[in-house]
Design a protein around this ligand. Structure first.
Ligand SMILES: [Zn+2]
Length: 337
């Protein structure tokens, strides 16, 4: 699983670079030592949130279009919808028009295989042809139908093993390994909200798996009362300052980018911090997404990357620079005194 990189990212500080710049020749005056406070770091999550959640919906039932997406959107959130190609347009499943509409509204359409076969069983039979068909064929089909190729994958029946995972990850930026599942029929709002609080307190991320929403539709594990999910989304939204909610693809891109970058300090004075964000894999779009940097110094007045103005926010004594691009040019953050 590619996503365990987050723990490794932590804070990639400029500390080492600053120490080098402070090494003075023997006997030199040290009265002009640079302030130690400016210490740009790559934030683990966008906007320096303490945790991240992606809500993912499996199997492409119509209630994802009629209920889940509107509830997410009402709360300013976006989700990931994992579809099975051969189920589209049949029975209680989404049509291609509905899938396209979800994508156009900012949701992610993910690959949940061609026929929902158990891929571990397929691999164990040595059926490489069908294994590849299940994993790879949907990519071109989805691209053709909605104009956007899927970049993440959810294993049918959550069945995965290293050889299957290796093939999946060859063709996707990430695959979903369940960290949290909401069983609609036993869903308890208070417990779910409390669990979100614990996630924020501990830090980390969840990829939440959800199936049916509307009990009348006879999907898998639908909610006894769908408004509970709506209320849960509203609660999640209320924790927005500490919690980043985005599609599985976007959260993955952020993690991959943060892991593939390092900061290089160029200047550090009381009024100006200058540095570069070096992306070590410039050819891979998923490793070059915009990310957030934090400088533990208040009173920033302007942040630029090249000729582009960066998002700038002060949080307590820290400055957050958003929308920073790897290899996007020199970053200059100016501070007032
Ligand atoms: Zn499924």
């Amino acid at each position: 699983m590619k996503l365990n990189i987050t723990k490794m990212i932590g804070c990639l500080t400029l500390g080492a670079a600053l120490i080098v710049s402070l090494r003075l020749p023997a006997g030199a005056q040290t009265t002009s030592v640079l302030p130690a406070a400016a210490d740009p770091v790559i934030c683990t999550w966008k906007n320096d949130a303490k945790a991240a959640i992606s809500f993912t919906f499996d199997d492409g039932t119509v209630d994802h279009f009629t209920q889940a997406a509107p509830m997410l959107e009402k709360n300013g959130l976006r989700g990931t919808f994992f579809i099975v190609i051969n189920w589209i347009g049949k029975g209680n499943k989404l049509t291609w028009d509905q899938v396209k509409s979800l994508s156009e509204r900012g949701h992610e359409i993910g690959n949940h295989s061609l026929r929902h076969w158990n891929l571990v069983a397929t691999a164990e039979k040595g059926d490489q042809v069908n294994l590849e068909k299940e994993i790879v064929e949907p990519i071109g089909i989805i691209q053709e139908k909605i104009g956007v190729a899927p970049v993440t994958f959810a294993y049918p029946l959550n069945a995965h093993k290293p050889p299957v995972q290796a093939m999946v990850e060859q063709h996707h930026i990430s695959s979903r390994i369940i960290s949290k599942g909401y069983n609609g029929t036993t869903f308890n709002l208070e417990t779910a909200n409390r669990d979100v609080d614990s996630l924020i307190a501990k830090g980390g991320n969840w990829v939440v798996m959800i199936h049916g929403i509307d009990p009348a539709l006879k999907g898998y594990l639908p909610f006894a009362d769908a408004t509970l999910l709506d209320q849960h989304f509203a609660y999640v939204k209320s924790r927005e300052k500490d919690l980043w909610v985005d599609t599985f693809a976007n959260v993955t891109r952020y993690q991959l980018t943060a892991a593939a970058c390092e900061l290089k300090s160029l200047k550090n004075t009381p009024t100006l911090v200058e540095f570069e964000l070096i992306g070590k894999e410039p050819g891979k779009p998923e490793k070059n997404a915009p990310i957030t940097l934090r400088i533990d110094r208040p009173k920033a007045i302007e942040a630029m990357q090249g000729n582009r103005k960066l998002e700038l926010r002060t949080e307590g004594n820290a400055t957050l620079c958003g929308d920073v691009l790897p290899n996007g040019g020199l970053i200059k953050v100016r501070f007032g005194s």
